[in-house]
Design a binder for this molecule. Sequence first.
Ligand code: FRU
Length: 484
Amino acid sequence: SSYKEQYRPQFHFSPEEKWMNDPNGLVYNDGFYHLFYQYYPDDIVWGPMHWGHAVSTDLVHWEHKPIALYPDQNGLIFSGSAVVDTKNTSGFGENGKIPLVAIFTYHSMDGERAGRKDFQTQGIAYSLDNGDTWTKYADNPVIGNEGIKDFRDPKVFWHEPSKSWILTLVAGDHAKFYTSKNLKDWEHLSDFGRTKGAHGGVWECPDLFPLKIKGSDEEKWVLIISINPGAPNGGSGTQYFVGDFDGKTFSTDQTEPKWLDYGTDNYAGVTYNNVPNGERIFIGWMSNWDYARDTPTKKWRSAMTLPRKLSLYEWDDDYFLANYPIETVDKLSNPPLLEQTEVPSGETFSVETNGLNQSEIWLTTASRKFKLLFKNASNEVLELHMDVENRKFEVDRTLSGKIDFQEDFGARKHIAPLIGAQKKAHELRIFMDWSSMELFIDQGLVSMTEQVFPTSPYDTLIIVNEDDEAPILISTVSPMKSVW
Ligand code: FRU
């Protein structure tokens, strides 16, 4: 396919056409990374949900597959996860074929219309041909609803110590944990979160997993929870908790929310099950419920973030989750347009190149105050501001291009705190891909993911170094390859 329409990402996943939201069923199996996603095949706005499907061998080049799951008499197919049932605990395996099992939410439109509260339940389906064809379990739903209005987004993983499957789902203002030996019969274990974290909106898309602390052998458990609305810069966003999980309950001293990404466009992200080298790889939906339906694309709507590796850092008796593009992304950069270029203190640097709109930029600097501007011929500008003094980073897309499709999109600057121990120098890595900007400071300790819609491509990069002493080193500005 052409994949050259205005705003079409060149190195991010987007559906060929129509509406997409959350990533679903992220699982590696037998050579393939699966990406299922919330999909409405009939329009470019949200509608009755299916699971769309794509596969990849490296997480950056994708092959589109037919729709995996269709709505049925139990309802629409909302978000969920997938596991490889290696031991055939479900009994779905046949003739030695290992089943891939999807666990998802059924959303009954009839139930909702009738004003009932129990219209979301959990169902399962299995595939014996590595995701190509799916069979729904005959006795769905496997978790019924006792009258909780928001009751969804099951994420399942195998918990070796208890030799059981653990399922996390969200119920409005908290998460619920369940256990099962066979993926069919589930027993409720515990709840978490009514008095912890952010509660400006409904909790969605949970994910629970262990992660080693960088530079140590100690392991902690991370619980990711999306929330809509209530994110620090408006609309939907992703918070996380760091604590312990004993097979039954998740506990943490943390009471305040921590945010995985401070941009406005990284939502409903979850991680892969069953990754061969044990890495924790995250993909998020690069949009925001505030304006997801209104963005100015015509054939399709929205893209996924780059695949990002998660790592956990500890200092001052506190824990922080970093997210940073997986190494495979490094292979997508072409030879640099510019390298090893210094912007002395107090000076402004500018370069014009039509490769800028599909590029990667690396900087390292001890400068405590600087600006990066992406500009086009119509003087539209996306501005990034580093302010070390005030320990913050700002993204200003108020003049970045088309913003008037929705009132909040270009209404104000977005601010991230500079997370991490005080450092002399910082590293910045930025990816521009036609309608998105992803910023990573210090290997992803701070990340900001933002959609932008310049009316013509940004072709000028301007760097204004406002520090009186320290220079900025532009390590590289490189065009990125297209994966389509
Ligand atoms: C998150 C979400 C999920 C739900 C799905 C419906 O974006 O609202 O909670 O399962 O989208 O498409």
